[in-house]
Design a protein around this ligand. Sequence first.
Ligand code: FAD
Length: 428
Amino acid sequence: MNDVVVVGAGIAGITAALDIANHGIFVHLIEREPSIGGHMAMLDKTFPTNDCSMCILSPKMVDVSRHERITVYTTTEVTSITGSAGNFTVIAQRHPRYIDMERCTGCGDCIDVCPVEVYNMFDAGLGVRKAIYKPHKQVVPDCVVRDIKHCIDCGLCYDICGTGAVLHDDEDQVEILEIPATAVVITTGYDLYDAGEKKRYGYLRIPDVITSIEFERMINASGPTGGELRRLSDGNIPESIVFIQCVGSRDMTESGNAYCSCVCCMYAIKNAILIKEKYPDTEVIILYMDIRAYGKGYEEYYQRAVTIGIRFIRALAGDLYEVDHSICIRIEDTETGDMEILKPQLVILSVAIQPTSDAGEIAKRFGIASDDYGFFLSLHEKTGIVQTSVPGIFIAGTCRAPKDIPDTVAEGGAAAMQAVIETLQAGH
Ligand SMILES: Cc1cc2nc3c(=O)[nH]c(=O)nc-3n(C[C@H](O)[C@H](O)[C@H](O)COP(=O)(O)OP(=O)(O)OC[C@H]3O[C@@H](n4cnc5c(N)ncnc54)[C@H](O)[C@@H]3O)c2cc1C
């Protein structure tokens, strides 16, 4: 068989799948969520051009779903792999969606009648969704999913569905897939550092302390506030905002993560610029350790932020506390030695990229090595970054190390090329 398996359908996996398929090789793209797209689908704009994230990603998601040589499996996870390069067998488990995907037209009538509301994790928990739902409007495949953990079985969705697509609990079962593959590309991405672990920043204790991903959803026109920036405590638009950098990165004391998370300086600058564009009178301060603007056009983007009045203070924040419903942050400017107490109306924590919670388990299943933090280890950090210790198994994107979208896409393409070479060498 002339097939490659790609595990994880964020921008790395989507890029790899398209590149491999466009070389005439059949791809099985395996994604555990109900929709493909990964974290990029959650972002509002992208640095340093401020292009709309979904405007770049969405056409690629559609290309993948319509490609004659790509099969997309959602709500699916790999459970084991046997064989060797050129001749693997990948075993995957498709979890029930309780929807007949052939029949579902994605019309959303069932969503409208569903009486149950639960937090929508696609909106980083800020918005709600129904028990039968699409995580967001541009899902691929365009099909609902029934969350039976929260479904009260009221029957309204079965009644309204004109095509009979909604399945009862016993009508959809776990399906075991056995896929032969010449090569495997792992692109399982990242999780975000749990800001609650940094007790001194008051996340979940002080309502107006939010994380960067929550901000991304809030400022997004299709997000839970329709793109309006709001304080969670009173719904008002904040007039002063502080970003705190390196939350869960470059920090051996609490998180144990010595590494730089690579994207947080740039995404904080991006979000600060977006705030200034939308609410020009807002005071915006970024508390940083060092500004790492290393990519093409990134230094200029940083300088633009300085020019439009965003204040950068080289300082670590002390404990956050509330006095009369305002947040207080004591800081020491490490360049001047000056002490200051800031009283912002909103604080945004720039949380680090870290390995997914099951990265260790995935490494074990595929027999590949991980580094000290749990990111997958390359065969060689300079000349073999997408290769692993197992011939025929390749890695790309943030499952290997924190990185931005351009570098993720470059690695997706590099891993695709290696998978193509492996397939050609296997003589299929
Ligand atoms: C707040 C924030 C803002 C950012 N802004 C920017 C920006 O403006 N510009 C920029 O260049 N970068 C930005 N980034 C970085 C960007 O998000 C990443 O570079 C990019 O999304 C990485 O893509 P990926 O495919 O490696 O991982 P992901 O997007 O995490 O995709 C991984 C996919 O694999 C799936 N998966 C995971 N485990 C499994 C499994 N076991 N089986 C099957 N599927 C699995 C996941 O569900 C997911 O769909 C930002 C990051 C953050 C946190």
